[in-house]
Design a protein around this ligand. Structure first.
Ligand code: C2E
Ligand code: MG
Ligand code: MG
Ligand code: MG
Length: 278
């Protein structure tokens, strides 16, 4: 009986599906110990102010280098961390590391540097998140306004009241709220109206096309104009060419980040990179 059922269940999955599931399970199992084994490291991608051509801050981006699985991209392991709840301890590590680094970086160059940290939905459900953020900011002596929390539409999609409350508290503390990947979801505009955003990040997929097709250029232009009239600061993600930068400058975009300036790099490298520009 059991055997027959087992065989039927098995045949339901294709070989390809099995490989995907096995990989997912392996990643989840390995991710459980990744923090303790010190396999997770934050990289930082500098952000620039177009008009002054200077660094204004950085975005913290997590990297996972596993001894046998190799480099696993965040687009693959973050959703698994989110689903399994592992994002809570991992996210705490990210916040502590990023703010510790920011404190060092501000002391070595400029007090005005900001740090952007990505948050996923599960983290905002964690009642300890805001306490951790407040305590860490106080510990490392950083003002609340130097921290930016980036969220995507996915965080807001289910409209839970605790999310709303968390965002209101974040705003009241003076921490900046940033809408990441703007333009890729369905309801970004209504979220901009409902929640206290300070920064809008135009998704890389639009920046890609701005020098190639008029519709992308028009969309970016309209997004910048709308953001400014709402009092939002605009960051363009994924700037890869000088032509894109020039066009974004003409369109009045405030800040940029992308491979044209720098890929995400380790802390030490960012210190050298930014010191060389001062
Ligand atoms: P994101 O927050 O939208 O980050 C931007 C992504 O674009 C990063 O990918 C970055 O390396 C990449 N990027 C930046 N400039 C360029 C460019 O000029 N060209 C191209 N092709 N790509 C560029 P990454 O580091 O692989 O991260 C992917 C996503 O994983 C992030 O998207 C974010 O949603 C998530 N993520 C990364 N670190 C964390 C974290 O610490 N916590 C959470 N919750 N999510 C994270
Ligand atoms: Mg981001
Ligand atoms: Mg993004
Ligand atoms: Mg993204």
């Amino acid at each position: 009986q059991a055997k027959a059922l087992g065989r039927n269940t098995y045949s339901f999955f294709t070989k390809e599906m099995n490989i995907v599931i096995q990989r997912r399970l392996a990643i989840e199992a390995q991710l459980r110990g990744a923090l303790d084994r010190h396999e997770l490291e934050l990289y930082y991608q500098p952000q620039f102010e177009i008009r002054k051509n200077s660094i204004i801050g950085a975005e913290a981006l997590l990297r996972w280098n596993h001894p046998t699985l190799g480099n696993i991209p965040p687009d693959e392991f973050i959703p698994i961390a989110e689903h399994s709840g592992l994002i809570v301890p991992i996210g705490q590590y990210v916040i502590e590391q990023a703010l510790r680094f920011l404190s060092k970086w501000q002391l070595s160059d400029q007090k005005s540097y900001t740090m952007a940290v990505n948050l996923s939905p599960r983290q905002l459900r964690d009642t300890e998140l805001l306490n951790l953020i407040k305590n860490t900011l106080a510990d490392v002596n950083i003002s609340f306004g130097s921290l930016e929390l980036e969220i995507t539409e996915g965080v807001l999609m289910n409209g839970q009241s605790y999310i709303n409350e968390a965002l209101i508290e974040i705003n009241a503390l003076g921490i900046k709220l940033s809408m990441d990947d703007f333009g890729t979801g369905y309801s970004s505009l209504s979220y901009l109206r409902q929640y206290p955003f300070d920064i809008l990040k135009i998704d890389r997929s639009f920046i890609n096309g701005i020098t190639l097709n008029k519709s992308d250029c028009d969309l970016v232009k309209a997004t910048i104009a709308m953001s400014h009239s709402l009092g939002l600061t605009v960051v363009a993600e994924g700037v890869e060419t000088k032509e894109q930068l020039t066009l974004l400058s003409d369109l009045g975009c405030d800040f940029v980040q992308g491979y044209y300036f720098s890929k995400p790099i380790p802390a030490k490298q960012l210190l050298d990179f930014s010191a060389a520009l001062l």
